[in-house]
Design a protein around this ligand. Structure first.
Ligand code: EPU
Length: 419
């Protein structure tokens, strides 16, 4: 199993290119199932989760070609069956994203029901009731969701909880349904907007993406397009956090500043100098004091749960006390115990972490428990004195492309080792 070894205490300084957004490319890959002609997705990050979803659609017979320029080319003409098997779905829950497009276009889909997950139980009930409201017949048997429909029908769907992939799944189903679908209490995340923009380019009629009410007029077919994925706001935030936690300066290039308002606001509150251009963001922490901040995660445009663990690491070495409340997932605090191994002073009460900043952390072996937890441990390791070894970095590789190479170029002493 691979690990990252970090010699902490180096002040980072430099520019880093941001990759395409993992959580945008996954629904876009699922959306290629809707295209009757070949399709190209550009700016695709090289990540484990992306290759898993590519394997899901390739396994159905879709032609999927990945080139050396971060592009994926797909052609659904060769599709043979409509099954997303347990072996793949169990490694990535977002595979559920193929359900909506398959039942909408092919009238049938069989997707393994995702099981539990490290960060929460993460049910998919809203995906299923939404599809049922559009007329799909759904049974769950032998661990599989089996959905069939002649042609889906437009419906008014009020989602109980704001769900990102739920909104995306129902959006992809609605674009080929007969009549009008209204999705209320829809997720407003930039990745939902990116998907809607791609679907519109393919010929879909969608209004209101980016608000909590999305209206879709169904069409009878969609065509393949050439579409470039939006920049990854969480990767961006993570590299900016690396500047803040090491007292350095990092400029993220090829980024999308307007997708990070809540996060940038918190960097400013933490004492950083934040500057932005059209497609770059810089956090400068040189000669400044890092201050603890209070965080409450909520759906976009509020502070993202996917940046919670990284700000926890920052708070751990800041001045003052910061209270972090996680409201999206019931078990997304597993990094707390690992950060404490590095000397962090954190009291956990349910899903609230009270973090008292320490003058310094000390390197130790730690274990990643999920993707963003792994990012927080890498950040803490960069700030800690001495050597930190982060184990189970397959979690990191799900969402960060070559993190050690990008950090090395900013001056970090970090290397990937086997065993
Ligand atoms: N929920 C339900 N029923 C449903 C769907 C969701 O109860 O049918 C609950 C979940 O259990 C959770 C809450 O609703 O408590 C919100 O979950 P959501 O469905 O929005 O999460 P998701 O779509 O499964 C995406 C991202 C996550 C990110 C969350 C929240 C993708 C592929 N994944 O997950 O990304 O944390 O939205 O913003 O888009 C990550 O990148 O590290 C990651 C976990």
């Amino acid at each position: 199993m691979q690990k990252l070894i970090i010699e902490g205490g180096v002040t980072l300084d430099g520019d880093v290119d941001i990759s395409g957004a993992k959580n945008a490319v996954l629904p876009l890959l699922a959306a290629t199932l809707l295209a009757e002609t070949p399709m190209t997705i550009r700016n695709v990050p090289r990540l484990k989760d992306v290759s898993t979803l590519a394997a899901v659609i390739e396994g159905m017979g879709v032609t999927v070609e990945t080139d050396e320029h971060h592009n994926i080319h797909t052609n659904t003409a060769t599709i043979q069956h409509f099954v997303a098997p347990y072996d793949l779905v169990r490694t990535m829950r977002a595979s559920i994203l193929v359900l909506g497009p398959m039942v909408a276009r092919y009238g049938e889909a069989e997707v393994s029901l995702p099981g539990g997950c490290a960060i929460g139980s993460r049910p998919v009930n809203i995906h299923l009731t939404g599809l049922e409201a559009m007329g799909a017949r759904i049974v769950v048997e032998e661990g599989y969701i089996r959905a069939t429909a002649k042609r889906l029908k437009g419906a008014k769907i009020v989602m109980d909880i704001v769900t990102v992939t739920g909104t995306e799944n129902l959006l992809m189903a609605a674009v080929l349904a007969e009549g009008t679908t209204v999705l209320e209490n829809a997720a407003r995340e930039p990745e939902v907007v990116d998907l809607a923009n791609c679907l519109i380019a393919m010929g879909a009629k969608i209004k209101g993406a980016g608000t909590d009410k999305i209206t879709v007029e169904g069409v009878t077919s969609l065509q393949g397009v050439d579409y470039s994925v939006l920049p990854d706001r969480i990767e961006t935030g993570t590299f900016l956090a690396a500047a803040a936690i090491t007292g350095g300066r990092v400029r993220t290039l090829k980024a999308a500043p307007d997708t990070l308002d809540a996060v940038l606001h918190k960097f400013t509150e933490a004492g950083a100098l934040v500057t932005t251009g059209a497609d770059w963001i810089e956090v400068d922490m040189r000669d400044r004091t890092l201050k603890a901040v209070d965080i409450r995660t909520d759906p976009y445009p509020a502070f993202p749960t996917d940046m919670q663990a990284q700000f926890m690491a920052m708070n751990a070495v800041s001045r003052g006390i910061g209270v972090i409340v996680e409201t999206i997932f019931e078990n997304r605090m597993m990094h707390v115990a690992e950060l404490m191994r590095l000397g962090a002073n954190i009291r956990l009460e349910g899903n609230t972490a009270i973090v008292a900043g320490m003058p310094y952390l000390k390197g130790a072996p730690v274990m990643a428990t999920d993707l963003r937890a792994s990012a927080s441990l890498v950040l803490a390791g960069l700030a800690a004195q001495g050597k930190t070894t982060v184990d189970r970095i397959y979690h990191t590789d799900r969402g960060y492309e070559r993190i050690e190479e990008k950090l090395s170029r900013l001056g970090a002493r970090i290397q990937r080792v086997n065993g």
